[in-house]
Design a protein around this ligand. Structure first.
Ligand code: BES
Ligand code: MN
Ligand code: ZN
Length: 492
């Protein structure tokens, strides 16, 4: 964990100094650093362009300090996300240099308040520092690294406020770590029962209610679609319900979050290739995101009422599994022709949505799911595909992403797409054919939101990544957690 402190040490008392610089002003006060910087500049080895890093040293009373120079590019081009990414890169350098006590020269950035800059710096450093190496013999040490900022530039009375804001950020980052962990855990460790146990542990730790229904209780609710997907596995399904009431005065104002919780997706009888299957422990990424959002919201005691539901099961083959061609029912009473058992996520989501609307009585719904390869084909690996029935709700989401830097984009939802999921022999079919797969999947889910405002986030691309970039580490990312938190916080 990287702790950001304001005004506790001077630059002489640390092992490393971090100096962010705009490219138009490659100058620092310290003479030794300045000379070294000029030398690099003359040799064209450092221009101060965005994300560029130079490693120097300086001598203070015969002790050698490391100096990390961070190029920020042109001042007018720096924004929140760039700052976050730049500090993701700085973290990698800090790790390499084995720095522990760091002095950061604070730099004021156009249009970003000091408070927000501090939060973003802390976020960038900590998101980048995440590791999942518990199964390796050579684990990295979990150290606390202190980053000190000279408070001179910073208003004295505000320091307490800044520290509170930094706590808020740390709480969110820790929830993202928890969410990344449960996604990175393999499917022999995290299956519906153990995912439920994780939710209970988080609920006890951060103060939200958790209720778990087993297969018999799920059957009593009439969740035939959800049960059909899970039938092929010996690991029984679980319905995980999390409730947080932070706004007691408005008890009937509740926002509902639904996360796809396929703890393993082999595809069922429409079986995947080994290559397609190997990362499918991560098919509960949507569940991890809503759990992470609940933890962040509860830890920071937001004044909001939030209910989250996860229909957790495994999609496998066996003598009990559902089959292509089956016609199944749903909690809402609509029948579904299953033409592909690998389009399972939507079948679990719809029953969770019916439950959260009818039984938990939420006013609006956001579902989050690693739902379609088509979303990745349409928008690439880093962008969440959004389907909605309410443009104002979508605008709230966009506003939140402006702050968090998470990339999300709305898909068209023309009525004609709905024809693609009409079945000849049932109310709906679970695939829409070859084209517009992310949209037809979204609209299938949308058939079950009754009259509620709804956002559908297909995180198949950003939830789990093959290679690291800036502050996002290879594997599970916790995509969507920061944005859900921000959206809900913005309403208060
Ligand atoms: N979990 C997958 C989607 C997925 C694929 C997520 C790749 C992350 C990376 C989902 O259950 C699935 O298999 N979807 C099918 C739908 C198709 C059968 C209509 C797909 O995208 O191929
Ligand atoms: Mn699937
Ligand atoms: Zn799936």
């Amino acid at each position: 964990m990287y702790n950001v402190w304001i005004k506790r040490k001077t630059s002489n008392e640390v092992d490393t100094i971090v100096l962010p610089l705009f490219e138009e002003k490659l100058q620092v006060e310290d003479k030794e650093i300045n000379k070294k910087l000029a030398r690099l500049k003359n040799k064209d080895q450092f221009k101060g362009s965005f994300g560029e890093i130079a490693e120097l040293t300086r001598n203070v009373n015969d002790v050698i300090q490391d100096v990390i120079i961070l190029g920020l590019g042109k001042e007018e081009d720096v924004n929140r996300e760039k700052l976050r990414r730049a500090f993701g890169k700085v973290q990698k350098t800090i790790e390499k240099l084995k720095s522990e006590e760091i002095f950061l020269e604070f730099i004021n950035i156009n249009n970003i308040s000091v408070e927000e800059s501090l939060k973003i710096i802390s976020e960038g450093l900590n998101l980048s520092a995440y590791k999942f190496d518990k199964y390796k013999k050579n684990k990295s040490e979990q150290k606390v690294i202190n980053i000190y900022i000279d408070g001179q530039e910073i208003d004295d009375i505000k320091i307490k406020d800044y520290e509170k804001s930094l706590d808020e950020t740390n709480n969110i980052v820790k929830s993202i770590y928890d969410a990344r962990d449960i996604v990175n855990e393999p499917a022999n460790v995290i299956y519906p029962e153990t995912l439920g146990i994780k939710a209970i542990e988080f609920g006890e730790k951060y103060n939200f209610e958790v209720e778990i229904f087993n297969d018999i209780e799920i059957e009593a609710l009439g969740m035939d679609a959800f049960l059909s997907v899970g039938k092929g596995s010996d690991n029984k399904p679980r319905l995980i319900i999390m409730r947080y009431f932070g706004d007691e005065e408005n008890k009937d104002k509740k926002i509902g979050l639904v996360g796809k919780g396929i703890t393993y997706d082999a595809g069922g009888y429409s079986i995947k290739s080994t290559e397609g299957m190997v990362t499918m422990k991560a098919d509960m990424g949507g569940a991890a995101t809503v759990i992470g959002a609940m933890c962040s919201i509860a830890k920071n005691k937001l004044k909001a009422n939030v209910i989250a539901v996860v229909a957790a099961c495994e999609n496998l083959i066996s003598g009990h599994a559902y089959k292509p061609g089956d016609i199944i029912n749903s909690m809402a009473g609509k029948t579904i022709e299953v033409l592909n058992t690998d389009a399972e996520g939507r079948l679990t989501l719809i029953d969770a949505i019916t439950y959260i609307i009818r039984n938990e009585k939420v006013n609006e719904v956001i579902d989050v799911a690693t739902l379609t390869g088509a979303a990745v084909v349409s928008l690439g690996t880093d962008v969440t595909a959004v389907v909605t029935n309410n443009n104002e709700f979508y605008n709230e989401l966009k506003k939140a992403t402006d702050i968090t830097g998470e990339k999300m984009w709305q898909m068209p939802n023309f009525d004609d797409y709905k024809k693609l999921i009409e079945s000849d022999i049932a109310d709906l079919k679970n695939i829409g054919g070859k084209y517009a797969g992310a949209i037809t999947a979204g609209l299938f889910v949308g058939e079950f939101v009754e009259n509620k405002s709804w956002l559908h986030l297909d995180i198949a691309g950003p939830a789990y990544i093959d290679s690291s970039w800036d502050y996002c580490v290879k594997g599970a990312t916790g995509a969507g957690i920061r944005t859900l938190y921000e959206l809900i916080k913005n309403r208060i």
